[in-house]
Design a protein around this ligand. Structure first.
Ligand code: PGA
Length: 241
């Protein structure tokens, strides 16, 4: 793991966007793994800036998102599909048909989970995957106690994730209890990974990810086994290292 500590999230956004830009410039038809949440927002803002400046072109880029809630529609303002269009895809020249987000409205979710992994493999695999980390050490919705070998699957969200995500909903009762998530097995196949974490609230999870043993109780600790991970932290997230 390469660990870089920055002063704040805005600078991390620029750094992470630079790695995305380098990937797109080297390989204009690359496959990018996208994440939602508040942490990647400065990265997406910087990518939009680079696109507007004519530095990068998304016309051949393909993307797969990590996860999606089950129980709300794609048009719901908290759906991850909508999040991606609101914050990135509607602001760049990516082709909508090149964008994949797990579909919670599918009549057969289990089959769809399998075909999500199949279509990632058929695309040639993810070249660069961005990840955030949950306060409990989750990556995507792979919660503590997850099975490292799993591909895309349906999960029950833990109380701590429901609690952390309630800030986006009117009340805690509105937070979905289930989600579709790429598994750790799917994520670890990405050729390169960027992990970003900001804020004191992430410091314990970051410490377990970097200094702890590889343990499903901290799903992000599995990244110690990946050969090409770049970690961007702000000073608060790095404060317990
Ligand atoms: P956040 O979520 O970026 O909103 O903190 C990260 C995560 O839960 O993976």
């Amino acid at each position: 793991m390469r660990v870089h500590i920055y002063k704040d999230g805005a600078r991390i956004g620029k750094a992470a966007a630079s790695l995305f830009a380098a990937e797109i410039i080297k390989n204009p038809g690359c496959v990018l793994g996208m994440a939602t949440g508040s942490t990647p927002l400065p990265t997406y803002e910087s990518l939009v800036e680079l696109y507007n400046q004519g530095v990068i072109d998304f016309s051949r880029v393909r993307t797969f998102n990590l996860d999606e809630y089950v129980g709300i529609s794609r048009s719901h303002e908290q759906s991850y599909y909508r999040f991606m269009f609101d914050n990135l895809f509607s602001k760049i020249n990516i082709k909508p048909e090149n964008v994949k987000v797990p579909n919670p409205a599918s009549p057969n979710l289990h089959d769809d989970c399998v075909s999500y992994d199949t279509s990632i493999d058929a695309s040639g695999g993810i070249d660069l995957q961005i990840l955030g980390i949950g306060n409990n050490g989750h990556i995507a919705f792979n919660e503590p106690g997850c099975v490292f070998s799993f591909g895309t699957h349906i999960v029950d969200l833990t109380e701590s994730t429901i609690e952390a995500n309630k800030r986006f909903f009117d009340s805690i009762d509105d937070v979905p209890r289930k989600a579709i998530t790429m598994g750790i097995g799917s994520i670890m196949k990405a050729r390169e990974i960027i992990m970003i974490a900001t804020g004191r609230v992430k410091a314990e999870a970051v410490k377990a990810m970097i200094n702890g043993k590889v343990d499903p109780q901290c799903p992000a600790s599995v990244l110690q086994l990946h050969p090409a991970v770049t970690v961007f932290l702000d000073e608060e997230a790095a404060s317990l290292l």
